[in-house]
Design a protein around this ligand. Sequence first.
Ligand code: NAD
Length: 557
Amino acid sequence: MEATAEFVVESPDVVYGPDAIEAQYEYRTTCVSREGGVLKVYPTSTRFTFRTVRQVPRLGVMLVGWGGNNGSTLTAAVLANRLRLSWPTRTGRKEANYYGSLTQAGTVSLGLDAEGQEVFVPFSALLPMVAPDDLVFDGWDISSVNLAEAMRRAQVLDWGLQEQLWPHMESLRPRPSVYIPEFIAANQSARADNLILGTRAQQLEQIRRDIRDFRSSAGLDKVIVLWTANTERFCEVVPGLNDTAENLLRTIQLGLEVSPSTLFAVASILEGCAFLNGSPQNTLVPGALELARQRRVFVGGDDFKSGQTKVKSVLVDFLIGSGLKTMSIVSYNHLGNNDGQNLSAPPQFRSKEVSKSSVVDDMVQSNPVLYAPGEEPDHCVVIKYVPYVGDSKRALDEYTSELMLGGTNTLVLHNTCEDSLLAAPIMLDLVLLTELCQRVSFCTDADPEPQSFHSVLSLLSFLFKAPLVPPGSPVVNALFRQRSCIENILRACVGLPPQNHMLLEHKMERPGLTRGGPVVAACPVPCKKGPAPTAPNGCTGDANGHSQVEAPQMPTT
Ligand code: NAD
């Protein structure tokens, strides 16, 4: 089946204006109430108007931990794609691509064509998004080595690719960073040679200056900050210390306990830059969340969902969703990269253990037929540092489930996860989707004042092991529910109904569904930059209704 790159929604509910795409959308859902021992279910409907600004900004990404395996790999991946690099390997020539990225390598089904076949477009075609090749990188690291040396130290990429990238990465040098030894493992101290000194308040100011400097020197419209530095130990949430925005800011001024990652989060929020946490620790303490809410800045976390946990959030969904009672989940990992060495220290391992532990909770709670209240499977996670395997992490899992009539099903899985090559496309999706969300606003009939998404951007849950959600919101870990959430919200922004997979037209004795006009399949992939055709509603732009403006001007949020 051929994926097509561009489409136009032909509907009176969708207007492709010169600045924005506006879509009317009927959000249909159900409310349930318990009345006299009976569950009463009420269908509800709310009319939304979504508005998506079409001009994409010039976007800068600042990585904390830029010189680490993930930071150097993501930078290398974008450069390799931008330069269209290819290199020889023992299994033939390889070309740069973005495999593993939902937005760049995933597709969505638009609907059925005249033959009743599904028509797919790249995920990135749903709405105007920043092209990854256009991202500009900067960042901080407590280790001073340049990005070329960091790439070599990481031992992730083929030698032939490293050789070609070397001259492009040699001049990239991480800015000094904040090192507070008690937060990461003692085994990291040898690489801490690139430090911001001074009081916590001075360190905060320096990070803010760095963000401003990057924004102005690189001519950026927006900056997003992403923590991909080492896992820190958890930070105790203490009333008066970090429980409110005011207390957290005072704590920094007084030089009391604050983790480096929280310092970066606060600096980003104060600069109006979204902050994303790719590690498991509780960087976004209540005070940081309140500050983000006050400043209307997006934050997201925690911990990239890249390997074992991603598989778990599919497998347990499949098992419990099929009516099998999973009773034991045992996960071993061994890895030999610097992340593994850091995690060999108990307080840092504890952060990872917590982040990995709650991943099946929503699936267990969704099935009261199988599980009594409070009942849950045994769930054990072990991580060991084995230097020889480097970045090629091994994840071994055993899932044991009860079958009917006393039977038992045991699944055993061995997953070789090339850690940073799995994490880098997730980091990419995080920044691209966060930036897109900054350009979406909406209102409802009942509340006509335009609003943005909640500052805790739970739409990103697909990409995180332990998703942060707004207070009181359900946490969804099941991977395909998370994916549907992103897909359906983006569909809503162009007035398309949610993907329901019913395919009723193929299940009828006498097919008789009304068909609209044919879907316009303008050109096959790849078709990133073509001439701007006139959309059927009279608006110029590409066939998606997206503007072709080269140097867009965006407010920085
Ligand atoms: P890494 O050890 O290779 O890189 C981390 C970098 O952070 C190092 O270069 C280190 O010098 C730097 N650093 C440490 N403290 C710093 C500070 N305060 N400021 C600036 N830099 C600092 O690790 P990695 O493999 O790149 O992983 C990075 C993080 O991502 C880890 O916390 C890891 O647990 C998390 N993570 C990784 C994956 C994955 O790789 N698949 C998945 C989920 C989460």
